[in-house]
Design a protein around this ligand. Structure first.
Ligand code: NAD
Length: 260
C-alpha cells in the first residue's frame, strides 16, 4: 500500500546494514546495496535481502575509502532508478590502538569510509531530493558519536564528525521536506562482535558470558546487546512520513550508555 522508495544502504552485506536492507525490502522498497565484496562474494547477502521483499536489490561494488567511488555509488542508484529517496550511510570500520600507535593509513581509511563517504553520497543524492521536495538521510553514527572511549581515536573522531555533518545538512534542508538524522547505537550484536567475544574469552581466560557482561557490556547499563533488527526498525521509522519533524537529531539506541 506504500509507494516503493529507492533506498540506498552502504555496507549492506553484513551486520546492521544487512538488517536495515532486509527491513526496507520487507516493507516493499527497492534496495540499492553496497559492500566492499565482489558481487560474487556478496551473493549470500543479496539473496537474503531479495528473499525479504518483492524487488531484487541492485548491488553496486564500491570501495568507500575512495571519495570518487562513494559519489559513483549514489549516482549509480540515480542512474538506474532515477532517484534516491532514502540514503542510509552505514558503512564503517574501526581499529583499536593508542593514538600514537595508530598507523596514519588506518586513521585516513577510518575517516574516509565513515565520514568522507557520507559527504560524497549526500552531495550526490541531495539535489534530487531538493527537486522533489522530499527525502530521508540516515547516518549510522554510534554511542561513540556522543561519548569517547580510549584507544578509538579515529573511530570516535569520525563518529562525532558524522553527528556534526548530520546536524549541518539537516539545517540546510530543513524547509525542503528532507530530514537528516544520526542513529547512535551502543554495542550491537553483529558477526564481528560475536567473533570478538570468542577471542576475548580466550585472551582473558574468562567464560564468554563474563566477557559479555564484565568486559564488552561494561558501559551498557542494560547489559544486553542491541540487536541489528532494532536499529533497522528505527531507520525505517525515520524514513517514514510520520517522522517528518525529527531532523538534525542524534538518536541513541544504546541500552542507557549515554544516560551516564
Ligand atoms: P560490519 O563489519 O558487520 O559491516 C560493515 C559493512 O561495511 C560491510 O557490509 C562491509 O562490506 C562494509 N564496508 C566496510 N568497509 C567498506 C568500504 N571501504 N567500502 C564499502 N563497504 C565497506 O559492521 P557493523 O557492526 O554492522 O557496523 C555498521 C555500522 O554501524 C558502522 O558504521 C559502525 O561503526 C556502526 N556501529 C556498529 C556498532 C556495533 O556494535 N556493531 C555500534 C555502533 C555503531
Amino acid at each position: 500500500d506504500v509507494e516503493p522508495k529507492v533506498v540506498l544502504v552502504t555496507g549492506a552485506t553484513s551486520g546492521i546494514g544487512l538488517a536495515i536492507a532486509k527491513r526496507f525490502a520487507r516493507a516493499g522498497h527497492q534496495l540499492v546495496i553496497n559492500g566492499l565484496e565482489s558481487v560474487t562474494d556478496a551473493q549470500a547477502a543479496i539473496a537474503e535481502i531479495a528473499g525479504n521483499g518483492p524487488c531484487p536489490p541492485f548491488y553496486f561494488e564500491a570501495d568507500l575509502a575512495d571519495g570518487a567511488e562513494s559519489f559513483a555509488l549514489a549516482n549509480a542508484a540515480i542512474g538506474k532508478f532515477g532517484r534516491v529517496d532514502v540514503l542510509v550511510n552505514n558503512a564503517g570500520i574501526q581499529k583499536v590502538a593508542a593514538v600514537e600507535d595508530l598507523p596514519p593509513q588506518d586513521w585516513e581509511r577510518i575517516i574516509a569510509v565513515s565520514l568522507d563517504s557520507a559527504y560524497h553520497t549526500i552531495r550526490a543524492a541531495l539535489p534530487g531530493m531538493k527537486e522533489r521536495g522530499t527525502g530521508r538521510i540516515v547516518n549510522i553514527a554510534s554511542a561513540h558519536g556522543l561519548r569517547a572511549s580510549p584507544y578509538k581515536s579515529a573511530y570516535v573522531a569520525t563518529k562525532h564528525a558524522v553527528v556534526g555533518l548530520t546536524k549541518t545538512v539537516a539545517l540546510e534542508v530543513a524547509e525542503m521536506g528532507i530530514t537528516v538524522n544520526a542513529i547512535c547505537p551502543g554495542y550491537v550484536w553483529t558477526p564481528l562482535v560475536a567473533a570478538q567475544v570468542t577471542d576475548q574469552a580466550k585472551v582473558h581466560g574468562m567464560s564468554e558470558e563474563d566477557v559479555i557482561r564484565k568486559v564488552m557490556l561494561a558501559p551498557q547499563p542494560t547489559k544486553k546487546f542491541v540487536q541489528p533488527e532494532e536499529v533497522a526498525e528505527l531507520a525505517l521509522y525515520l524514513a517514514s512520513d510520520m517522522a517528518r519533524s525529527i531532523t538534525g537529531a542524534a538518536i541513541s539506541i544504546d541500552g542507557g550508555w549515554t544516560a551516564k
